[in-house]
Design a protein around this ligand. Structure first.
Ligand code: HEC
Length: 458
């Protein structure tokens, strides 16, 4: 029965695609794609809702897979392919999409196991190798059966008595089924971030966050007022393994802060996440340091507004090497874009995320780090959808302001920089006036430009 349907479909598809996709089989053509692009999440214990390891598991999902890959919903990857090349790009190529679709349209032939790749071996061990140090959350978090859990924070002293350079960082969730993502920070002694929060117990940031006392043009530039980002963990993402000579700095006496986003999965359960560090064994030539371009405190999105826009722009006061981007907004987040106008007047979009999705906190690692010279205008633009058309929107009827709960909004364009290890002046920007942003690289139309609120750092 399947064979004849397959022959029939093969004739049709052969006509549409040329001869080759018509003999696509699961074992030879499809399984390697699933291993490479899908199984990190679609296997038992991971966040993918169903395992995609065997023919028997995959076959019933054929229709859903066809839709998901044609709409580019799976694998999740949100960078516009027209701008930039990214080392961790996990999107399927057009050829891969064709192969999957042809296989499904041909009636999902299994093929022969002798052509199948070896099953992947998923190790439960550390992917970075044996860590020099493991820090575990001192308590387990009780994840409820259902509902939305606000981000949970827990602070753990590092115990470091000297500055430490870390070359690799791996967050390992205690319970992969419910840890949607985690952000790991270090906070040096005297850091203002959640300074009044208790150590060793879970809390919500909104209660302890204080706007920094530093002068406006010094905020967000220094690791003193901002915690240092160590890793953004998301399922399917790789651990941080910096190149030779690169490292992140954790200063003596720092605290490690876990920011946990839990998604209940229908069963009451617990999680105790840990992080492993490998210290740099070679002299450090480049420090990797995360900054952000943002403007969130003046956010005020009217009810039902489908396209609220903001931008933030700064002049670089020294040369920087950009390594990666992490766009961050909340439930109404719609798009984010990073771009640069060089001192020569040339401009370039560095990353465009046209359809931001809060449920996927992603880092985009440039395939080639990008040098932005002193004097470059560095721009981050974002838009939000507070209309009922946004399926993530809990309350279209409410005005939304900047804040830390998922129901508040945020405008944070995180950027990983490569800087000189001994650099004492961690101030990389000065405010630029909104007029400095040329039309040429704007993605705003004339009429929505009028709505764009613009300013420097908040
Ligand atoms: C980074 C993790 C991740 C990767 C990689 C990934 N998925 Fe998914 N997938 C998920 C999660 C989580 C869901 C459920 C939530 C959602 O739909 O966004 C999902 C949902 C799906 C669904 C929809 C199931 C339904 O209920 O209709 C399909 C089909 C699917 N994935 C196929 C794939 C295929 C095929 C690949 C590889 C080409 C892939 N996924 C790669 C995490 C992933």
């Amino acid at each position: 029965m399947r064979i004849s349907a397959w022959l029939f479909a093969a004739a049709l598809v052969g006509a549409a695609f040329g001869a080759s996709p018509s003999n696509v089989t699961f074992d030879r053509d499809v399984l390697p794609l699933l291993e490479k692009n899908c199984q990190t999440c679609h296997r038992p214990g991971e966040i993918g809702p169903m395992p995609l390891l065997t023919y028997q598991q995959v076959r019933p999902w054929a229709k859903a897979i066809r839709a998901a890959v044609l709409q580019h919903k799976m694998p999740p990857w949100h960078a516009d392919p027209n701008f930039g090349h990214f080392a961790n790009d996990r999107s399927l190529s057009e050829a891969d999409v064709k192969t999957l679709v042809a296989w499904i349209d041909n009636g999902t032939p299994e093929g022969s196991p002798k052509n199948a790749p070896k099953p992947l071996v998923f190790s439960d061990g550390w992917r970075i190798g044996e860590p020099d140090l493991v820090i575990e959350m001192p308590l387990a978090y009780n994840v409820p059966v259902t509902g939305i859990v606000n981000y949970q924070y827990i602070i753990v002293p590092s115990g470091f008595t000297e500055d430490k350079w870390v070359q690799a960082v791996e967050v390992r969730p205690g319970n992969r089924g419910v840890v949607h993502h985690a952000v790991l920070y270090s906070r040096e002694p005297g850091g203002e971030y959640a300074a009044a929060a208790p150590k060793g117990e879970f809390f919500e940031l909104a209660k302890y966050y204080k706007v920094t006392s530093r002068p406006k043009d010094e905020r967000m530039f220094s690791a003193v007022s901002e915690p240092e980002h160590l890793q953004v963990y998301a399922p399917g993402a790789d651990p941080i393994q910096l190149g030779p000579g690169q490292a992140r700095l954790i200063k003596a006496g720092s605290d490690i802060i876990f920011e946990m986003h839990y998604t209940p999965n229908g069963t009451a359960t617990t999680d105790r996440t840990k992080v492993g560090f490998i210290f740099a064994k070679q002299p450090v030539k480049e420090r990797v340091h995360t900054i952000r371009i943002n403007n969130g405190s003046i956010l005020s999105i009217p009810p039902n507004e489908p396209d609220y826009r903001m931008q933030s722009q700064v002049y670089l006061t020294q040369d920087v090497r950009v390594i990666a981007f992490q766009p961050h907004m909340h439930l109404r987040g719609k798009s984010m874009e990073f771009s640069a106008v060089y001192p020569s007047g040339e401009s370039e979009v560095l990353l465009r995320v046209p359809k931001y999705d809060f449920h996927w906190q992603m880092s985009y690692y440039l395939a080639q780090p990008k040098l932005l010279p002193k004097g470059t205008l560095f721009i981050c633009k974002a838009s939000w959808d507070n209309s009922p058309n946004n399926p993530n929107n809990p309350h279209p009827e409410k005005r939304v302001r900047g804040g830390f709960q998922s129901e508040d909004e945020m405008f944070a364009g995180f950027v990983d920089l490569g800087i000189a290890p001994g650099l004492a002046d961690l101030k990389f920007f000065k405010d630029a006036p909104p007029e400095a942003v040329p039309q040429i690289i704007t993605n705003t139309t004339a009429d929505s430009l009028a709505k764009t609120i613009s300013g420097g750092q908040n």
